[in-house]
Design a protein around this ligand. Structure first.
Ligand SMILES: O=C(CO)[C@@H](O)[C@H](O)COP(=O)(O)O
Length: 249
């Protein structure tokens, strides 16, 4: 049986002027996780916010002890230097640090003084580093990236270096409100077939109209920004997204 449905509203579509309340409201409306889009204006052509904002919004959400409980902060790091910010986000209350494979393989920047000699960190080293800080690690791929890069990481026998979640982007990262790309579904199908228990997240253009396609392919972690925060009844949308995933398990 595949893992249970996890609905993670993307707060990119929330009211940034009242972000703390928006986060606690969406958890109250049935969301499991909060999907927090971190953009640096370099890896993607848009900017959001950094760790200090995560610290503040974290204080608005109850945090049960279990790591994968309601209110898990699922931070989607659309940034060019993913290793540089691991410790800051851990301190801020991030539970799941999801970096982009493309950023990790291209990152050549020096980070904190302790890692300055280590100019390049491989994705598997970065996963271990995230685990060492006590967070779960996710790896995201952009639409043009082949799913085989995720399989290579997931097939590693050293569990410390294996991601806890795979994120298949269903839009080009950078903005909310874009059109879902159904042509990404073969990636999700391939992952689900090979890793029945993996948390597979899809992100971009998910709504009541597109959820069946994603759920049929095997996605169980559903990110939805405009569909939830733009809804008259967000609780109803969250419930419908969940039902669509659950009925296929
Ligand atoms: O990562 C991103 C965009 O880069 C997403 O998380 C979007 O914020 C999802 O928004 P919708 O497509 O659901 O409106």
């Amino acid at each position: 049986m595949s893992p249970s449905a996890i609905i993670a509203p993307s707060i990119l579509s929330a009211d940034f002027g009242a972000l703390g309340k928006a986060c606690s409201d969406t958890i109250g409306q049935g969301a499991d996780w909060l999907h927090v889009d971190i953009m640096d204006g370099h890896f993607v052509p848009n900017m959001t916010f950094g760790a200090p904002v995560v610290t503040k919004i974290r204080s608005h959400v109850d945090r049960p002890k279990e790591a994968l409980a309601k209110g898990t902060f699922d931070c989607h790091m659309m940034i060019s230097e993913p290793k540089k910010w691991v410790k800051d986000f851990q301190k801020a209350g991030c539970d799941l640090y999801c970096f982009h494979y493309e950023a990790a393989v291209n990152s050549t920047a020096a980070e904190s003084p302790e890692t300055q000699s280590d100019k390049k960190t491989s994705p598997k080293e970065l996963i271990k580093y995230i685990h060492d800080q006590g967070m779960r690690a996710g790896v995201a791929i952009k639409p043009k990236t082949d799913v085989s890069v995720l399989c290579d990481l997931l097939d590693n026998s050293n569990k410390d270096e294996v991601p806890d979640m795979a994120l298949v982007m269903t839009v080009e990262p950078g903005f909310g409100g874009q059109k879902f790309m159904p042509e990404m579904m073969p990636k999700v199908e391939a992952l689900r077939k090979r890793y029945p228990e993996l948390n597979i997240e899809v992100d971009g253009g998910l709504s009541e109209k597109t959820i069946d396609t994603a759920a049929d392919a095997g996605a169980n972690v559903i990110v939805a920004g405009s569909a939830v925060f733009g809804a008259q009844d967000p609780a109803d949308v969250i419930s419908k997204l969940r039902d669509a995933v659950e009925k296929r398990r």
